[in-house]
Design a protein around this ligand. Sequence first.
Ligand code: ASP
Length: 417
Amino acid sequence: MKVFKFGGASVKDAKGVKNVIEVLKKVGNSDILIIVSAMGKTTNALEIVVSHYLNNNRELKNSTDFIKKYHIEILKDLFENKQHPVFEKVNSLISDMETTLKRNKSVQYDYVYDQIVCYGELIATTVVSEYLSLAGYTNNWLDAREVIKTDDIYRDAAVNWEMTQQNITEKVDKKGLTITQGFIASDANNFTTTLGREGSDYSAGIFAYCTNANSVSIWKDVPGVLNGDPRVFENTKLLSQISYEEAIELAFYGASVIHPKTLQPLQRKEIPLYVKSFINPLDDGTSVKKGLRLVPHIPCFIVKKDQILLSLSSLDFSFIVEDNISEIFSLFHAYQLKVDLIQNSAISFSVCLDDKFNNFEKLLSHLKAKFSVVYEENVSLYTIRHFDEEAIHSLEENKDILLKQSTKETYQMIAKQ
Ligand code: ASP
């Protein structure tokens, strides 16, 4: 069995949905589990719904109408017969979402977020599944929440592997064609949880691990993994092969092409991952597997924007690392701030932080009580894996550099945006 993942960009309109069939025609269509993300920018649009809802904003209705209209337009392009049951199905998912909001009593943002944002993937998979059926590709639609079980840390849930394995063994048919969602799962009380933004790749890794799949293919609007994001860096080149370790490093430093958690389950069972173009599905793309670190062996450039550079020093000249580091890290953990880079001296300590959950202000009030604190928001963290002099020179040019450091393989620099 193979696992395929089609991201939001690949199904952003009717043409994209039709192209899923073109890909299947070219690469085969049986014994495949297909994960489909929310269409286009639907997850962002649903985030707006959640924030309007929790802020009692009058725009709430407009924001849900926008989502409805966007999907209905796509349906109209795909299904000539306007009486096709898919119209009813999509409408009823949207009314479920509205009912969930009406009945909800919780003010907890992360919980409400997961109960609402999941509709993007539920609608997308319904549309794709119905369209494939219409085109003669019989398939099963699977609610991923029935099989992927997690804890109840909403928006960043951790997988319960034992239960997930058991459910997938029992409920996933390895034959034929299955269509399911990425990103969403459920907790012990069957409330919806999510695995973090861009988490559908991770879902592909989970399904592949639990079904002992032969491979995972992620279908993209780029030819594969490039040595830099083409929207940011010039003259990027395709990497034809990357080892699991190297891919984990690249993803960790912020290469957005693969979700960082995706590789771990695949590596454990040595399941190869292919990143390929949905426009030219027969091209080789990039394979991530055991073996050579990087082919071709060239510098890889990564940028993470909107980071925070935080520097702490002790008020009493005590050694910061020995005396305070564990406390500082428990605070980062408690406030869900991800640490991207660390640099320290005897009495000071600098970190680059990713504040995905908007908790930095709360963290600051704790830190200010104990340390002298300096920080700069909206900085970019640049990383070059396998750097050389020329690569560093081209990156540093015209930047206002705040900090840099390098190890044998990795050069990092923080600069103002
Ligand atoms: N739809 C989710 C997101 O946009 C998950 C995914 O696409 O991977 O973050």
